[in-house]
Design a protein around this ligand. Sequence first.
Ligand SMILES: [Zn+2]
Ligand SMILES: [Zn+2]
Length: 409
Amino acid sequence: MKIKFLGGAEEVGRLAIKIEDRDSKIMVDYGIEPEKPPEYPLPPEKVNDLFVTHAHLDHTGALPVYYHSYKANLHATAMTANSIMPILNDSLKIMRLENYTKMFNENDVDNLFKSLVTAKYGEPFEVDGLTATAYTAGHIPGSSMWWFQNSKSFMVTGDLYTKDTNLLTGAKPVKTDILIMESTYAGRDHEDRDEVIKRLKDSIKETIENGGKVILPTFAIGRTQEMVMILRDMDYSIYVDGMGNSISRIYMETPGFLKDSKLFRKSIGRVIQVRNNRMRREAIEEADIIITTSGMLDGGPVLGYIDALSQDSKSAIFLTGYQVDGTNGRSLIENGTIKIAGATIKPAMKVDFFDLSAHAGHSDLVKFIKDIDPETIVLCHGDQREKLQESIPEYNFILPFNGHEFEIK
Ligand SMILES: [Zn+2]
Ligand SMILES: [Zn+2]
């Protein structure tokens, strides 16, 4: 079996894995590094089938670039396919507005969706000389670990979360010879999730009772919806702004992926969805809590809200997601400053961080490996991969680099 990472081997982002085994030639994911401008993986190489683990841009953002040059069937769950559509259209819009190099066009996005073959969890199918099955990855709705059987069995986890959340049940180990696994949190463990949620709710309550408002910058896909569910029993006025609202609608219209879709629908019914600038002004006046994109403060409605409330020292910004180096979010945590329209501002608001990551922590990854007990583990999607290798040296690890093809016998 020959494997080549076109991206995402030694970094968190732009994952693209080409795998050749006997006569089959596949690629799993083809994502971007969502920088300004985005960074793309190595140029696409022709394969027979493409498999997508989940909708996040670092796994899907470059897919239309593939379809600009080649054809291939695209395998994804219905939820992943439906969630990709608005974000790729958004990428096209940003490319145009920001004058970024045009890497793909509307036709390429069309061709991508024309090539779609939807997969169901736990239902194997034959393709390109191998058997493929999607299993839930517990990361965001629709996220899949792809399991394959050819000369050996191998599984690509994509992004992985093994514990239950409000939205999803966690990923379960699946027996496999070769495990190609993400390692975002190698070397780091998360604080207990229930404790984090309690601390977050206490801090929200304290801020509001002191006369402030809370801005929760969140990712549109998965996090916005998890946040709405976490806050469902808090008796405050909650406004939700940004692409998270379209994604919530997709989650309601695509049955069979949420842990409790009835409770999700009820939780969404509790919040006010912001649809225009008039409602934005209303939110600044009336809201106790504003849940809005982007999650790393690099664009989207969140900047307008922070701008409006920046001098209100009673109000707060609570971050809940991983803040990539170089983003406004990271700068806010480290220096207390962000850039809005080119100007650096230092909000007087309180800033805090609550780790609600949807990536398995170090100990969860170790347990996942031990439960599967594979012959070989290929680590990717991480910048501290050696930490995992060091903590369980009895296993056979491969830590590949982008662009270098390697063989597993
Ligand atoms: Zn992800
Ligand atoms: Zn990822």
